[in-house]
Structure formats: C-alpha cells, structure tokens
Write a protein that binds this ligand. Sequence first.
Ligand code: ZN
Length: 396
Amino acid sequence: MQLITAATVLPGPAGESVPDGAVLVDGGTIRAVGPRSEVTPLAEDAEHVDFPGHTVLPGLINAHVHLAFDTTAEWYTHLNDSDDPDLLLGMAGRAQQALASGVTTLRDLGDRGGLAMRLRDAVDDGELAGPRILSAGSPITVPGGHCWFLGGEVSNESEIRTRVEDHAAAGGDLVKVMASGGSVTPNSPPMWQSQFGLTELRVVVEAARSVGLPVAAHAHGTQSIVDAVEAGVDTIEHATWIAEGGSGSDLREDTARDMAERGIAVCPGWPADWRHFAERIGPERSRAAIERLRWMAERGVPLILGTDAGLRGSAFRNFPNALGLYREIGYSNAEVIELATTTTADALGHGKETGRIAAGYAADLLVVEGDPLADLANLNRQARVLRGGERAVHPA
Ligand SMILES: [Zn+2]
C-alpha cells in the first residue's frame, strides 16, 4: 500500500477540496481519501510519501488523440512509410509521453490495423508503462473519404454493421464515425459536407449499441452535427457548425438543447498549444471558434478535453497546456480541472473507474507542486504521475 499526503487533495468535482489531505492506494486501486488525520490510521504499514506544498488530483484525460500520427508536418507520409512494427513502437513512445505529462487515460480516435488495441493490451498486461487506452480502431468513413487510409471505408449499411461487429469482436472500446469531411485527407469531401446522412448514422449507433460500444462522431458541418445528435451518438468531435456550402457558421439552438439534455459531449480537438494554433488561424477565426464553444457551454452542452494529438503541431507531451483554452471559454480553474477529469471520464463512459479520487476508483493520480486552483500552469510542475498505482516511466 502507498499513503500519499499533500497540502491539498482535489478529488475532481469543482468545489471539492481536502486541505492537508491523504490518498491511500492499495495496488492499483484507491482505498481511501480524506483529511490526513482520518486516512493515516488506515494506512498500517503502507509506504508513506509526503508532498508538502503540493496538490494531488485525478490523472488527466485526453479524449481525442491519434497515437499513429507523429505530430510532424509529414505525419501522413511517415504513417504510410511505416510498417506496423515500426508504427507500434512510435505509438508506444507517444503514449508514454502523454503519461509523463499527467495523462492517465487516452481515447484514440483513429489508427490502423488494430495497433492501439495491441498497445492497450501490452500496457494492461504490464509489459510496458502507459496510460489507459480506449481505442476506436479504424474510423468508419466513405470510400475515399476523410481518413480512408486508416482502413475503415464502408459502402453500404451492411458493411457498416460488419465493421462495427468486427471491431467489437477484436476488443474495440468505441466506434468512431466520420460524419462529415475533414481537413487532412486530399481529394475527400470538404469539412462542411456530410459523408453520412441520418439513416446511416442511425445504423452506426444501432450496430454499436447492439455490441455495447459508444460512438464518437467527427462532425464539422452543421448538418452532420444535427444528424449525429438525432442518431444518438455519445460525443461530437470538433462541432464546428460550418454552414451548408462552407462559408460562415450555422448554430442550431434546438440541437444544442438536445445535446445538453441528452448529455452529448463536445470534444473541440484544439491542440494543447492552443495559443499557437489560434495565431495560425488568425485572430478573427480563433475568436469566432472560441465564441462557438462558449455558445455551447452556455447552453449546457458538456465540453470535454481532447487535443487531436498526433496531427501536425499537436504534441502528446504538453497536455496540461490544453486546459487554458477552457479558461478562455469562461470556466473557472476548478471547473476546468473537473472537465479534464470527472466530466471527460463520465462522457467516455468510464466515470465509475477513473476521473476522480474516491474509494474503489483506479489509482490514476497526478501530484503537482503548488496550487492549480490558483494557476493552472502549476499542472506542469509535476512531482509524480501514477497510473493504476504504478509510477509513470519518466516522471516529468
Ligand atoms: Zn482526430
């Protein structure tokens, strides 16, 4: 057993804070959390590590990554030039970079050949250090559509069903569907355009439900968002609300209301280095994009944390910087920490195992110097990362 004591323990939900707190870890599981005076008597012969002036919080969750992409401008060429063993090694390295930055759960929203599942299993078997990995495998797309090169092309409803069933049989954790076009695939439909209509999205959701898997829908165009929500997906990736034809936005009050009521979360997918990204797209576009996120947040749509890490300029090793964007949207520091832990775990369907510090939960913990409630930048001052009770391979 390990007894961790610190100046403050933040269990996850905003408003909860334990001064002079303690967390008792038994193997991979949290046994107890609370004031030091109450938890210490339970600790018996536990190894005691004290972190004066530090804060313990749940490990962070990055809900949108691509371990198979190497974050360079040439990621697409590198991906195609790598055979599976080489690619898998790179993926393992990037997963460890994420873990070392305090990310204890990653949701991989598109790789090829089931490699993220192999990595997940190797990590779970203790063969190498790494975060929890939830794998969508090859995203479902139309022939020649967004990210077709990952191997998830389907041409009709029966192929959709087969693909979902095969992914579940292979041990997949969720289904990803490219409801609209995207920006990284040459000669594919534009971002605003739907790749699948309501009927096909319903088939995706029904097929996924029948094998017990959640669905993440990549959707930039307004019509694709409206249809994905109507079909009942679990998360919308990007949710850019681009109008038909591609110019301007087309925000829909009724759809946002549905998302809030049904708890359909939005994962914006901005890189952790979001300030640089905002500079790249220019002040006008970035202001409009932040305004759209605020518009959703004000309507009660749950926003979760995810960076599209792997794409050009979206690193794995600096995830805590991603939280600053949510301050910009209007959340308090305590609320941002809740989003990056508890809210994101809930939206991914894993809120009973991770995303908070509570008895019976996985011992996924981050220990940082100082107080992140005073300054989120303190999340980068990491003293220890634990994933399932084990220390990260390179404590940052
Ligand atoms: Zn993505």
